[in-house]
Write a protein that binds this ligand. Structure first.
Ligand code: GYE
Length: 322
């Protein structure tokens, strides 16, 4: 009697232990399920962009995510095609760095219908229904433009003839960095934008536009505001080739804070850069994981920025990660 009681007790403990093992095994299988994530990248127009791509790729590898990478070569139609491809493959989530702000509704609706969460990185979009994406992780570009304007205003004592080198037409950072800068110089009536053209966020674009504008305006130009460092570096080259001393004869300010900008500040050719952090991989995959778990995310996470100029460049250049 006693014996059979103990036996049945042991049996039920055994059953309980076995079922516990099964649940634990099942749970770890669920946790370990490898995520497949599509990343629709803009292209490789700038050092910033390459740093962002590396950050996303490295973080995917760290988290054992199967990453499907697509380079749209600067064209929205390629990005849309890539996103449609990701949907057709049934990926678990999609990360998009949208080339331009508009034109996203149809493809995002397709992703939503397929229940694939979309995480936007670095550039915002304009849609009437913000449930079409889970979250946006980006800098505040208006504030970057304002910070560049404020720094320049101090440097030139509120007086300058400025050449503005814009980013890609229709891209959020081009629109907002222009807006913020214009707001920032408004209270300085003697700060004027004498010419404003797109250099497409590329070094070659910055150089070509600057060459043409120098031919047209010559010595009138006293400052350059570039929407990114690559264009500023191109403009610096054009200024030097025209026999000018960038950083001295013409004040140059830009946005991003890439290594090349710090080198140019150490060499006194670039005056100031407003940092825009491209290392978005960890935040992007945190968002992907949360969205997959059904967590509600804030519509926007703002990455903080900081202004750097020649005075501090030497001290921090070695510690810059991109
Ligand atoms: O500033 C620029 C670029 O979208 C914030 O894109 C990004 C911008 C960055 O290529 O260099």
């Amino acid at each position: 009697m006693k014996n059979s009681f103990i036996k049945s007790g042991l049996r039920s403990i055994g059953v309980a232990a076995f079922s516990l093992m099964l649940t634990a095994g099942f749970q770890s299988a669920v946790i370990a399920k490898q995520l497949t994530v599509g990343f629709a990248q803009v292209g490789a127009e700038s050092a910033w962009r390459t740093a962002e791509t590396d950050s996303i790729k490295n973080e995917a590898a760290k988290r054992n995510v199967n990453l499907k990478f697509s380079d749209a070569q600067g064209k929205q139609e390629n990005q849309i095609k890539a996103v449609r491809g990701f949907i057709a493959q049934g990926v678990d989530a999609i990360i998009i760095a949208p080339v331009v702000e508009t034109g996203w509704e149809p493809v995002l609706r397709e992703a939503k219908r397929s229940k694939i969460p979309v995480v936007l990185v670095d550039r915002g979009i304009k849609v009437s229904d913000d449930s079409l994406y889970a979250t946006l992780i980006a800098s505040d570009f208006v504030s970057e433009g304002r910070m560049a304007a404020e720094w320049l205003a101090k440097k030139v004592n509120g007086k300058a003839n400025i050449v503005e080198l814009q980013g890609t037409p229709g891209a959020a950072p081009a629109i907002d960095r222009k807006k913020g800068f214009e707001e920032g110089i408004k209270e300085h009536p003697e700060m004027k934008i004498i010419a404003s053209q797109s250099g497409d966020f590329r070094r070659s674009g910055g150089k070509e536009v600057m060459e043409a504008l120098l031919k047209k305006y010559g010595n009138e130009v006293t400052a350059v505001y570039a929407h990114n460092d690559d264009m500023a570096l191109g403009a610096i080259q054009a200024l030097e080739e025209a026999g000018k001393k960038p950083g001295t004869d013409v004040v140059v300010v830009s946005v991003d804070g890439v290594k090349g900008a710090f080198e140019a500040m150490v060499n006194s050719k670039l005056n100031c850069t407003v940092e825009c952090n491209p290392l978005l991989g960890p935040l992007a995959f945190d968002a992907v994981e949360k969205a997959k778990q059904g967590e509600k995310l804030p519509k926007k996470t703002i990455v903080p920025d900081k202004t750097y100029d020649q005075s501090g460049a030497k001290d921090v250049i070695a510690s810059r990660q991109y």
